[in-house]
Design a protein around this ligand. Structure first.
Ligand code: UD1
Ligand code: CA
Length: 460
C-alpha cells in the first residue's frame, strides 16, 4: 500500500513574534519542518508534500525534494488540504497528514498509526493523546459504543466536551480518495469561521465510513510549538531523549543537561562530552575523542582520540589524534589531517593542515595548504587578502616558520625550509633554505642611564 505524507506548514505562527516563519525555527539546530519530514520518511512515506504560505521564501530552501503546494489565504487546516488537491487529488493510497510545527513525532508512532489505518482499510485514523490539560486542542468525542464520532475544536466545545481529555494531535491517516472526494463538503460554520480538517470525521461518520483513533502512550511526542516557551520545552524533551540514547550507547557526559546534540549527529562509544557543548548538523565524533568544555561544532566530522577544547568548528574535517583549542576557530573547509594541532587562539579557514603539523599559538591561517610536519611559530599569519582579492599560501613538508612571520600571499615556501622569526615573506622560498627578512638590530650602550639622568634633572 502506498503512503505519502502531507505536511501543513502555511501558518504564520503569530505567537512566536518573529520575522521567521514558525516551521523554519530551529530545534537543536534543525528546522522544525525538517524533523517532521525526516520522521515521515523514516516511517516509510514514499513522497512528502508540504503546503507553504507565510514566509514561503524562507521555508522553500528547507524542503528540497518535497512536492510543494501553496496556500495564500489562511482559511484553516481544511483549506490547507484543499490547496494540495492539485498535486494529490489523483493519489490512491494512504495520506499521512501532519502539522509542520510538531517536531517530536517518532517514526515508530507513525508506523503504528499507518498500520492500524491500513489493516482496517479505514477512511481516517486519528492519532490522539490523553493529556492532563487539554486546553487549546480539539477534543475527540466517542459515541456510546466507543466509536469515534467527531472532533470538536476548543472554541466550539460545550461545557461537557471541554472536560474530555483525549485530544487530537493533528496527525491523521486518510484514505486519499475518500478525503479529496469529500473535502468540498467542509463549511466555515464554526466559531473561527474556518474550514476545519477535523470536520472530515463527522462527514465520514454520516456516510457510515470507518473512522478509528490510535492513542499514543507518549503525548510528549505530539507537543506543538506555538510560542518560544513551547520551543524551549520541546528542546528540553529532545535534548533529554537524544543524550539518554547516546549514554546508552557508551557516550559519557559530565552533565547531560549542559550539552545540546542535534538529532542527526553520530557519536561513537567512549566519547566524552564536557559542559557547554553544542554539536549540530551532520557532525560525527569518533571513538575516544573528548569534546568541550565550551565547544560549538557544526557539520564537522571529527575522528578518533581527538581533544576538542573550547573550539568552534564549522563545515570542517578533523581526522584522528588531532588537538584543537583552547579557543580554536575552524571556519568552513578546514581539514586537520592526522596528528595535527590547532592550538590556543588559532583561526583557520579554507585550509589544510597536514599530518603532524602544528599551529600552536595565536595564528591566522586562511586559504593555505600546509604539508606534513610543519611548525608554524606563535603569532604567524597568512596575509591572504589585499582588500579586494584572496590569495593562496602553500607551505610544503617539514618547513619551520619562525614566530611572528607574515606570509604575504600568493606565496610558496618549499620543502624543508626555515623562516626566521619576525619575517615578512613576500617572495617564494626555495627548498632547504633559510629566509630572513629583518632590519639590523642596533644596541646603544648606556642609553637607559642617560635617559634616567635627564628625567631627574627635569623634576628639579
Ligand atoms: C489543530 C487542530 C486541533 C488539534 C491541534 C493539534 C484543526 C481545525 N484543529 O488546531 O484539533 O488539536 O491542531 O496541534 O485542524 N495551518 C496552515 N494553514 C492554515 C491553518 C493552519 O497551514 O490556514 C497549519 C499550521 O501552520 C500548523 C497546522 O496547520 O502547522 C495546525 O494549525 P494550527 O492553527 O496550529 O491548528 P490548531 O488551532 O492548533
Ligand atoms: Ca497548533
Amino acid at each position: 500500500m502506498h503512503t505519502k505524507a502531507l505536511i501543513l506548514a502555511a501558518g504564520l505562527g503569530k505567537r512566536m513574534h518573529s520575522d521567521t516563519p514558525k516551521v523554519a525555527h530551529k530545534l537543536l539546530g534543525k528546522p522544525l519542518i525538517n524533523w517532521v519530514i525526516d520522521a515521515s520518511k523514516q516511517a516509510g512515506c514514499e513522497q512528502i508534500h508540504v503546503v507553504l504560505g507565510h514566509g514561503r521564501k524562507q521555508v522553500e530552501p528547507l524542503v528540497k525534494g518535497c512536492k510543494i503546494s501553496y496556500q495564500d489565504d489562511m482559511f484553516g487546516t481544511g483549506h490547507t488540504v484543499m490547496c494540495a488537491q492539485d498535486k494529490l487529488g489523483n493519489f490512491k493510497g494512504t495520506l499521512l497528514v501532519l502539522c509542520g510545527d510538531a517536531p517530536l513525532i517518532s517514526p515508530t508512532t507513525l508506523k503504528n498509526l499507518i498500520k492500524k489505518h491500513t489493516d482496517a482499510k479505514a477512511a481516517c485514523t486519528i492519532l490522539t493523546m490523553k493529556v492532563d490539560d487539554p486546553t487549546g486542542y480539539g477534543r475527540i468525542v466517542h459515541s456510546e459504543n466507543g466509536d469515534v464520532e467527531k472532533i470538536v475544536e476548543q472554541k466550539d466545545c460545550t461545557k461537557e466536551e471541554l472536560l474530555i481529555n483525549e485530544c487530537n494531535t493533528g496527525a491523521y491517516c486518510f484514505n486519499a480518495q475518500e478525503l479529496f472526494s469529500n473535502i468540498k463538503k467542509l463549511t466555515r460554520k464554526n466559531a473561527q469561521n474556518e474550514y476545519y480538517l477535523t470536520d472530515m470525521i463527522a462527514i465520514f461518520k454520516k456516510q457510515n465510513k470507518c473512522v478509528l483513533s490510535y492513542t499514543t502512550a507518549n503525548a510528549d511526542e505530539c507537543l506543538g510549538v506555538n510560542s518560544r516557551s513551547q520551543l524551549s520545552a520541546v528542546t528540553k524533551i529532545a535534548q533529554t531523549k537524544i543524550n539518554n540514547k547516546l549514554m546508552d550507547k557508551g557516550v559519557t557526559f559530565l552533565d547531560p543537561t549542559l550539552a545540546w546534540i542535534g538529532p542527526d549527529v553520530k557519536i561513537q562509544q567512549d566519547v566524552e562530552i564536557l559542559p557547554n557543548t553544542i554539536i549540530y548538523g551532520a557532525s560525527s565524533i569518533g571513538k575516544g575523542t573528548i569534546v568541550g568544555p565550551n565547544s560549538y561544532i557544526q557539520n564537522t566530522r571529527i575522528g578518533q582520540n581527538c581533544k576538542i577544547d573550547s573550539t568552534h568548528a564549522y563545515d570542517s574535517i578533523i581526522k584522528n589524534n588531532v588537538s584543537c583549542g583552547p579557543r580554536a576557530y575552524l571556519r568552513p573547509n578546514t581539514v586537520m589531517e592526522n596528528n595535527s594541532k590547532a592550538g590556543t587562539s588559532v583561526e583557520i579557514k579554507n585550509s589544510t593542515i597536514g599530518a603532524g603539523s602544528k599551529v600552536p599559538h595565536l595564528s591566522y591561517i586562511g586559504d593555505a595548504k600546509i604539508g606534513k610536519n610543519v611548525n608554524i611559530g606563535a603569532g604567524s599569519i597568512t596575509c591572504n587578502y589585499d582588500g579586494k582579492y584572496k590569495y593562496n599560501t602553500v607551505i610544503e613538508d617539514d618547513v619551520f616558520i619562525g614566530s611572528d612571520t607574515m606570509l604575504v600571499a600568493p606565496v610558496t615556501v618549499h620543502k624543508n625550509s626555515v623562516i626566521g622569526a619576525g619575517s615578512t615573506i613576500t617572495k617564494d622560498v626555495e627548498k632547504d633554505s633559510l629566509a630572513v627578512e629583518r632590519n639590523e638590530q642596533k644596541n646603544i650602550a648606556g642609553w637607559s642611564l642617560r635617559r634616567k639622568y635627564k628625567k631627574n634633572k627635569r623634576k628639579k
